[in-house]
Every structure is written in C-alpha cells, then in structure tokens.
Design a protein. Structure first.
Length: 250
C-alpha cells in the first residue's frame, strides 16, 4: 500500500529547477532510501514530504504529493497536522538544551498534553521505542547535550516518535556518528519499520543496501532509477522492467 504518491513534481528555488518531474510511490511501513551525489536533490525531496521547504524563500512546487491520497500542498492543508503525522530526524543530532525528559515531552506538550502521568508514559514509551530507555532511565533530568552523539541522535528519534507520527523522515541520520553508533541506529531503523513508514537520505550506498527495501537514485534533480534495493545493487539496469526503472508502478 502506498503512503506517499508523488506525481509530476517539480520544485524551483526562484529560477533554479531543483527537482524535475519526480514520479514515485513510497510504500507504507517500508524503508525507502534516497541516494545520489551531493546537490542532486535528495534532501530537497525529503523535506518536500513534510513541507519543510515552505521555510525557504522563493521555493515553488508544482505537481502533486499525496499522503494517504490527500494533497499535502492543497490550500486547506493543515501544515501543523502534517508535521505531526510526518516527523523528521536531521543529519546532526540536535537535542534541545534541556533535560532528556523535557526533550521527549516537548512535542506532546505543544500538542496539548499536560497530565504528568500521561507525559511520563509517553516519555518512557518513546525512549523504549528508540532503544535508549535502559541507558538513560536513571538520568532523565540530565541535560541532553551532555550525552554521547549516538545517544543524542536516539534521543532525537525518541522526540520525533513522541508525537506519534505515521512517517519518519531521516536526513543522513548517521553521517556524524561513529561506526558503533551507526550500527545501533541502523538496527533501530529496521525495528521501527514495523510501525512506521521511513524515508532516509544517505550518501552511503552500503547503508542503503543494509537497511532499505527500495532505493531511489537521484542525479541533477532527476529520478534516474527507483526499484527494490536488491535489484538496484545486484541486477543490471538493462534487465529490469521499465516500470521499476521509472518507479511509476513500484
């Protein structure tokens, strides 16, 4: 089942044509990797899925991006609700300069949860889902900036999970981490796909091979290939079906 459907999508930064006629379906509760060289449009495409590009001056999007068959760029679309449904984890760990507990409780509080016992429940559940509860359960009052980079990134994932999204967008979430922390995050991502649709930007093709179900290769703003990851990395391009090459029916 498709979670996102992208149809004839073009994105412009003023006169610069950054994304060109993108067509692809993103499947529910699967991991989709976006790969390609720096500047190819990976992160731009990712940020389009929760309208983060709205914050960029003179950014224009044409075409359709549908979330559960609803146009997220429609005039009556609620951007706050969209970003609750589609959470995001950034390249560098960016915990807020506050306690671990308050980092996780921040989103639920913003959305109206005030009851302490309910917040306690959300914090514990989110930290467990991010596979870090056992490491921090006795240090919830500790400033989140005083833990390791790998732990900070899992705190950021827990913070995203706390608002109960349906989709997780991840923009190179392990690029600033050491190999051990990277392995923990990759294992976590694979566990999370049981409950979430995940779209990850990565510059590491080996990482895409290890964790993703489908891979999209972008170059100069164009979607060059979109297929099952096993096909992208093991089957010669000329032997794949045209449907998978274009991504329109994948």
């Amino acid at each position: 089942m498709n979670k996102f459907v992208i149809k004839n999508m073009n994105l412009y930064y003023d006169d610069f044509h950054a994304l060109k006629n993108i067509n692809m379906n993103i499947h529910e509760k699967k991991i989709t990797a976006l790969i390609g060289p720096s500047g190819c449009g990976k992160s731009t495409l990712l940020k389009s899925l929760n309208r983060m590009n709205d914050l960029v001056e003179k950014c224009t999007i044409k075409g359709d991006i549908l979330l559960d068959s609803e146009d997220i760029y429609a005039e009556n679309s609620d951007v706050n609700l969209l970003r609750k449904r589609v959470g995001m984890v950034f390249q560098k760990p960016n915990p807020f300069p506050m306690s671990i507990y308050d980092n996780i409780a921040y989103g639920p509080r913003t959305h109206g949860v005030k009851n302490k016992s309910k917040l306690d429940e959300i914090v514990e559940k989110s930290l467990k889902s991010a596979a870090i509860w056992d490491e921090v359960k006795n240090d919830l009052k500790k400033n989140a900036l005083r833990i390791s980079g790998g732990q900070q990134q899992r705190i950021c994932i827990a913070r995203a999970l706390a608002i109960e999204p349906e989709v997780l967008l991840m923009d190179e979430p392990t690029s600033a981490l050491d190999p051990i922390s990277t392995t923990k995050i990759e294992e976590l991502i694979q566990e999370l796909k049981k409950d979430y649709t995940i779209v990850i930007v990565t510059h590491n093709m080996q990482q895409a091979t290890r964790i993703s179900d489908k891979t999209a290769f972008l170059l100069n703003g164009e979607l060059i290939e979109y297929d099952k990851t096993v096909n992208i990395f093991s089957v010669p391009k000329d032997k794949r079906t045209e449907d998978y090459i274009t991504g329109r029916f994948g």
